[in-house]
Design a protein around this ligand. Sequence first.
Ligand code: ZN
Length: 313
Amino acid sequence: MNAVEVTITEVGPRDGLQNTKSFMPTAAKKAWISAEAAAGVRSIEVCSFVPAKIIPQFVDAEEVLAYANAIPVLTPVVLVPNFKGCERALAAGARRVTVPVSVSEAHSMSNVRKTTAQAIEDFARMADLVRSQAKSKRAQLVGGCSTAFGCSLQGAVAEEDVVRVAAALQEAGADAISVADTVGYANPEQVKRLFRKVRKVIGEDFNIEAHFHNTRGLGLANALAAYEVGVRYFDSTLGGLGGCPWAPGASGNVVTEDLVFMFESMGVNTGIDISKLIEVRQTAFAAFPDAELYGHISKAGLPKGYHPGRAPP
Ligand code: ZN
């Protein structure tokens, strides 16, 4: 088997579910996670360690993480909004923790009631906590720059601010930096420019990840643009789950099936079996009729004579 060239993190069980009206049963979450792992997905963001009174969807975070941790091929990822959440996640055995920090001050205040600078200080405390773990079981810490391409509260977000936040998170102890288009404002030109600027500061060899939403239809174009400037780690959700409550009818994250199809048909190995992945889409949401699913390849089917990762003639 060829080496995986692009790593796709399925973030549906977290980003896709955080705004849904009804609770996805724990058993259905587990079935979804294991089915995607069986389709070749090696990285799944499985839950958020946010208080259940804020987002009841994640009341079962500990149980879901324990389940995902027991799948040998899988690296589960969890999201934590603050220090308390980080403590809980580590106590529950988290191995990879993403901490989003809003570059937009307005978004930061509304989301975690902290300025961006305070959120970075909080991140540094979490990095200290992670470093206090035994080296053999130390979690990986991902510093997320959210609202990096614009914010629905503040409007434009300065690229220098994104670069500054990314550098501060790296300095504080992040193992990787994620740059997120939280509200789906990005365009491909902006994506190339911003990733180049961030890379210049954090270094070419430092892990950098892209998180795009398809709110305005540019999710795949943005992913391709990021790939072209060297990004090899991408977030997406099965069925594009994760519509925005403030933009009814707008699609959510980049669709995992479509993203895998794009890369595989370009000959870029994702390690994911596209046919199996499409089947997961048909089964995972059987117990969750609320899910509003998007995506093209699952509806149109694979092209005749399609072979994943085929070399150009
Ligand atoms: Zn998101």
